[in-house]
Ligand binder design. Structure first.
Ligand SMILES: *Cc1c(COP(=O)(O)O)cnc(C)c1O
Length: 359
């Protein structure tokens, strides 16, 4: 039996080859006599795993040498606090773009540390678009501008990197490694691993070196990027197993041909699903086509009373976790890297069949 296709928004599907490798190495990692879970993070075996993962991440994203790549804990949500603590650097204001639920959470947290200037918001249109760059009201005294390139709940993605006069800070949780990006316009970008990278418990932070070392007074050591950078993300015990699995995912991605190949696949997967929705006259996606996410595709049925049957029948057809976020309802299909095109084909076939029977 093939495994079902899992459309969860996170924690999400991992490449089957990675799970198989982890299984094969579970009891004895490469003759070490230990599971990776049982290794000292300071031992030479684990250090080699950690270093290889960082090297592969740097290669995949072509991270410039003046950026640190950190492997931290606390999820993206901890970075909502760590970003102002590290990046304010003596300033008292920061710019934030509000494009959805995750932007709002980042804004609420930043307000504990500084004056937040919301440069623009799409809340009045239910977060179905991204305000055009020309309309943003930036503050010349802002220490940085924060935005969320992909809103996981709304399914809204800004496909270009905005030009601003201050360091860019970005929550890439659900889109990092889904396609090539240029790291150099960013002061910092970060992501929780459980969407597109690996297991929960690991967060990736990529931050420009010259921004470090000027934290606000009282910053906890664990949230001080300069400390984490100096200690190679091992000030304390890092999330060793999650880091190892992320490393296997990076190897898998390289074997696929890297981010250019993976990005093309992701574009094709998203196009197939949006086309199916738009041409159905049955399913609907509310997002402005220019800002539709490649990773998270929310859609509704004409009558919410059909939702339960859709979900139950999808599950029987081997299509899991399609319920929309509890705040928006309907359906949501997340199409992260590990979701093959065959999974999206199975989904659109099921959708057409369901429509025929129930439409
Ligand atoms: C999931 C998600 C978060 C929260 O991540 P945690 O790791 O659970 O803290 C933040 N931002 C975005 C865009 C997300 O998708």
């Amino acid at each position: 039996m093939p495994r079902p296709y899992n459309f969860s928004a996170g924690p999400a599907m991992l490449p089957e080859a990675v799970l198989e490798q982890a299984k094969a190495e579970m009891l004895d990692w490469r003759g070490s006599g230990m599971s990776v879970m049982e290794m000292s993070h300071r031992g030479k075996e684990y250090v080699s795993i950690a270093e290889q993962a960082e090297a592969d991440l740097r290669e995949l994203l072509a991270i410039p040498t003046n950026y640190k790549a950190l492997f931290l804990q606390g999820g993206a949500s901890s970075q909502f606090a760590a970003v102002p603590m590290n990046l304010l650097r003596g300033k008292t204001k920061a710019d934030y773009l509000n494009t959805g639920m995750w932007s709002k959470k980042a804004i609420a947290e930043a307000k504990k540390f500084c004056q937040v200037n919301v440069v623009a918001s799409s809340e009045s249109v239910n977060f179905t678009t991204v305000p055009a760059r020309e309309t943003w009201k930036c503050d010349a005294d802002a220490a940085y501008l924060h935005y969320t390139p992909n809103e996981t709940i709304g399914g809204v993605e800004l496909h270009t990197v905005p030009e601003v006069g201050v360091p860019l800070a970005a929550d890439f949780s659900s889109t990092l490694l889904s396609r090539p990006i240029d790291v150099s316009p960013f002061g910092i970008l970060y992501a929780g691993a459980q969407k597109n990278i690996g297991p929960a418990g690991l967060s990736i932070v990529i931050v420009r070196e010259d921004l470090l070392g000027q934290t606000v007074a009282g910053t906890p050591t664990m949230l001080d990027y300069a400390v984490m950078a100096k200690e190679g993300s091992m000030y304390n015990t890092p999330p060793t197993y999650a880091w190892y699995i992320a490393g296997l995912v990076f190897q898998w991605m390289k074997a696929q041909g890297g981010l250019a190949v993976i990005g093309e696949r992701n574009r094709a997967k998203a196009e197939l699903l949006y086309q199916t929705i738009d041409q159905s006259g049955f399913y609907k996606n509310p997002v402005d086509p220019a800002y539709r996410s490649w990773m998270n595709v929310p859609f509704t049925l004409p009558d919410a009373a059909l939702d339960k049957a859709f979900l139950a029948e999808a599950k029987s057809a081997g299509l899991l976790t399609l319920a929309g976020h509890r705040s928006v309802g309907g359906m949501r299909a997340s199409l992260y890297n590990a979701m093959p095109l065959a999974g999206v084909q199975a989904l659109v076939n099921f959708m057409a069949d369901f429509q025929k029977r129930r439409g």
